[in-house]
Design a protein around this ligand. Sequence first.
Ligand code: GA4
Length: 326
Amino acid sequence: IMVIFSKAELDQISLPNSHESIYNFPAVDLSEPGAGSRIVKACEELGFFKVTRHGIPTELVERLEAEAVKFFGMPQMEKEKATLCGYGRRRIGCNGDVGRLEYLMVQITSDPMSLESFAFLAEPSASFFRSALEEYVSAVRKLACQILELMAEGLSIEPRNTLSKLAMNEESDSAFRLNHYPLCPILNRMDRVPIDFGEHTDPQIISALRSNNTSGLQISLRDDGSWVSVPPDRNSFFINVGDSLQVLTNGRFRSVKHRVLANRVEPRLSMIYFVGPPSRERLVPLPSLIKEGEQSLYREFTWCEYKRLAYRTRLAENRLGRFEKQ
Ligand code: GA4
């Protein structure tokens, strides 16, 4: 293990023991009437919910999953070639955070051709991967928009596209990330439980996560901060409220703190689409969500400023705290 992680790093990425809690997670069937208010309720209570009957074909998801498995299964040298183009392992961000994972991260713009800039995806050998990625991303972006519209409906915000247009905007700064958490039999024999991805909130508006059937994701409950394990469900999507949506709703929705703990059975593979606002977008509460006499809880900032700040902070930091008034 020491070859892989130093002692200080090991302490940073493991817990003395784990507490498994069972929690009844809200699931929203998108095809049902009242989906909007169910989404709003879940965002207020947890900042997290599961989406069923989302309409994204299983075949599409499985095709991308198979390509991702193939990618992560390549020799390390081959993957490192893609490093400049979004492949990384163990390092999270640039301020010393580490995790027990490897990942591939792709910046998403509304132009599908932008994937060309990821050199390895432009190679003929990656054409299946690339087309699976393009189709998946465009489907999940639509899903995100549908969810944001239902949310606006549930919040009685007019026009209905107030939130979704941030995701559909040509300049939306969205990202897609594949996380692969390999099995590590040695770590699993220790009496400490490894943290694969440390606690954090997502800076964006919402994130849509799909994982294979391997557990690991935990979220922190809003009332007492306790951690609960999310049972995996490969047929559903999990939606996180991010910091930007917390600001847009003036704190009515709270971004959800989450983390990933080691699994001892199967490697975990997750695919996450992060819906980010356009770079120059000023993040301020939506006027209709501020009641008379109330004020914004946050100092004004742009997405670009927030993102820059994010990359200067440690993963677990309460970044939004820096913008809270008083
Ligand atoms: C958390 C959410 C997304 O995974 C991410 C992460 C990003 C990264 O891994 O590069 C960050 C992290 C995330 C927040 C704080 C900074 C930036 C690592 C880190 C320490 C892609 C994102 O947008 O913010």
